[in-house]
Ligand binder design. Sequence first.
Ligand code: IPM
Ligand code: MG
Length: 353
Amino acid sequence: MKIRLALIPGDGIGPDIVKEAVRVLDKTADIYGHEFEYRTLLAGGCAIDRTGEPLPAETLECAKESDAVLLGAVGGPKWDNVPSSLRPEKALLGLRGGLGLFCNLRPAMLYDELAGACPLRSELVEGGLNVMVVRELTGGIYFGERGRDGDSAYDTMRYSKGEVERIARKAFEIAMKRNKKLTSVDKANILESSRLWRATVDEVAADYPEVAVNHLYVDNAAMQLVRNPKQFDVILTENMFGDILSDEASMITGSIGMLPSASLRSDSFGMYEPIHGSAPDIAGQNKANPLATILSAAMMLRYSFSLTKEADAIEKAVEDTLRQGWRTADIYTEGCRLCGTVEMGDAVISNIK
Ligand code: IPM
Ligand code: MG
């Protein structure tokens, strides 16, 4: 298969980790007979420095012409004081909105090898933890009307039925391939948009009778995630609740530096990125953990190109690498082999079968 990939390394450690993911992709392509063609694009703080804007039109155009996008991380303190319309985060929202990526998948899982890093009591996560947060990504308060009115400020959370329906369908399809259990999270006791959300999810649920569905208010969901995380399999929620709950879900695995994500639409196109930030303090020092980006590349092969064997091979190589004791500083514990970004990449590459 010949695949045209847009690479957006971004800021901070972004270039360090994307480089390793590319090496892993190339090794996978060699073994399985594929060809990746890369185009590197500017977005985030580096784009502000070079072009004056966080998301140059050329980046969005090239991303649209590619088969998928692999992104490192954007942002950093250097751009904290630029006007809000020029912040690096604008690049992310512009890519999500501009590419129509309404479905954000954030798997939070506990790696056996890293179980000690989980901040919850071990009996709460015994037997493993594997939650898939399905976050609506192009609607709600992130994209609603906002502004200032005298000395007031406002943001608007708005959803159409169609927007809820399409993300709900994605979530149910995913639940069907997992454990057929879905929790929809909203604030239907207060918000009108949540009442529409809940009614629409129930309508879609009728098409998936095998999936067990429950609804939780977001405050309760936040509490249940730390009280009894094993009750969750697929969590379906709107944009801002998903932002908050996916950070919480990833933290309870103790592996926030390990987790990948996918942002999808209805066709096979997607943008893939680690969920962690740009860590400018360790940029360019061969210290960053590339595993979340490598696992994002695996998600890309799985979700955009249906290359299941290849994705499995990368995920297995990461597990083997952890089992062999390789650890970057962020996940290091005594007795393990401390290594840098490049050595971690090397270890994964040598484990790809
Ligand atoms: C995320 C981030 C972004 C978001 C920011 C950087 C715009 O927190 O991807 O979760 O809020 O969506
Ligand atoms: Mg977030």
